[in-house]
Design a protein around this ligand. Structure first.
Ligand code: A3P
Length: 290
C-alpha cells in the first residue's frame, strides 16, 4: 500500500490525509499522557462519536455544557488527528481522548502511565455497513464501490485503520489489567444506563441518579441526532454530505441482515475463520458469531 491523494500510510495503516499528517503523527508519538487521561479506543464506526458524548459529562459531574456547546472533535479529540495539537494541551483534566490507533502505535508515554482505556467493539458486519455508508458520504474517503466490493476491501484490510481483527486483537492486553475495560456497542444499545454505571465504577466516579438519567437521555441516538455539536452537520457538505447518508445513520444492531446476501455472509464467515481463529483466546468473536 502506498500514499495516494486521499490516504497516507503510517506503519501499514491507511489514514485519511484530511485529518492526519506527518505533524499530527509526530504529535501523537511525543504526546505526554497524563495518569488521569481517559481514552476511548475504537475501530472506526464502532461507537466513537457515542463515547465522545458519554465521557465528558461522566468526567465532569454530569455537566452537559461541553456536549451542548463544543463539537465532539474538540471536546474529546482524536489523539492522532491534526486538531489534537491545537486543543489537547488546553483541555482541562481529566481529559477524554479518543483514538483509532492499534495498541502498539500508542505513544510511549501511554505505556508508562496509569491512564485508563475503554475499548469499544461492534459487530464487524454492522461496522462494514456503517463504514460503507460513511465512505459514500465523506468525500475524503475512497469511493466504496458496491457493497460486495467494499466488504472484500474491509476483509483484506485495504481500508482506513486496516483490519478489524488486527485492531481488536491488538487491544486484547491482559497486562493492562484494571486500566482497560471492554464494552460493546450492542451492550450500549441494550442498556445504556447499565453501561454508563459500569464506566463510572471503572473510572472511580459517582453521579447522582438524576444526573446519570440526564446523561443517559442526552446520549440516546434520537437526541444525539439533533445535536449539532455531534451530528457532523457543522462540517461543510463538500466534505461530509449528510444528505447522501447522515453520519448518525440508523444507530441499530443487525442492520447487516439488510445488506449481506447468504453468499456474501458465507464468504465473510469463510474469510474471517482463519483470522478469527487467532482470536480464539478471547471471547470477543463469540459475541458476534452469527
Ligand atoms: P450507523 O452508521 O450504523 O448508524 P463512529 O462514531 O465510531 O464513527 O460510529 C458511528 C456509528 O455509531 C453510526 O452507526 C452511528 O449512527 C452510531 N451511533 C452514534 N451515536 C449513537 C447512539 N447514541 N446510539 C446508537 N448508535 C450511535
Amino acid at each position: 500500500m502506498a500514499d495516494n491523494d486521499l490516504y497516507m500510510v503510517y506503519h501499514g495503516l491507511l489514514l485519511p490525509k484530511i485529518v492526519h499528517s506527518e505533524e499530527s503523527l509526530k504529535y501523537l508519538e511525543n504526546f505526554q499522557v497524563k495518569d488521569d487521561d481517559v481514552f476511548a479506543v475504537t475501530y472506526p464506526k464502532s461507537g466513537t462519536t457515542w463515547m465522545q458524548e458519554i465521557l465528558p459529562p461522566l468526567l465532569n459531574g454530569g455537566d452537559l455544557t461541553s456536549v451542548e456547546t463544543i463539537p465532539n472533535w474538540d471536546r474529546a479529540p482524536w489523539l492522532e488527528e491534526t486538531r489534537a495539537a491545537l486543543v489537547l494541551d488546553k483541555l482541562p483534566s481529566p481529559r477524554a481522548i479518543v483514538s483509532h490507533m492499534h495498541y502498539h502505535l500508542m505513544p510511549p508515554s501511554f505505556f508508562k502511565s496509569k491512564a485508563k482505556v475503554i475499548y469499544v467493539t461492534r459487530n464487524p458486519k454492522d461496522v462494514i455497513v456503517s463504514s460503507f455508508h460513511f465512505h459514500q458520504m465523506a468525500s475524503f474517503l475512497e469511493d466504496p464501490g458496491t457493497f460486495e466490493e467494499f466488504t472484500d476491501k474491509f476483509l483484506s484490510g485495504k481500508v482506513f485503520f486496516a483490519k478489524w481483527t488486527d485492531h481488536v486483537k491488538s487491544w486484547q492486553k491482559p497486562e493492562l489489567g484494571d486500566r482497560i475495560m471492554y464494552i460493546t456497542y450492542e451492550e450500549m444499545l441494550q442498556d445504556l444506563r447499565g453501561v454508563l454505571s459500569r464506566i463510572l465504577k471503572f473510572l472511580g466516579r459517582e453521579l447522582s441518579a438524576e444526573a446519570l438519567d440526564r446523561v443517559v437521555d442526552h446520549c440516546t441516538f434520537k437526541n444525539m441526532k439533533t445535536n449539532k455539536m455531534s451530528n457532523y452537520t457543522l462540517v461543510p457538505q463538500e466534505f461530509m454530505d449528510n444528505k447522501k447518508s447522515p453520519f448518525l445513520r440508523k444507530g441499530i444492531a443487525g442492520d447487516w441482515k439488510n445488506y449481506f446476501s447468504p453468499e456474501l455472509d458465507a464468504k465473510f464467515t469463510a474469510f474471517s475463520k482463519s483470522t478469527m481463529q487467532r482470536m480464539a483466546d478471547s471471547d470477543l468473536y463469540l459475541v458476534y458469531h452469527g
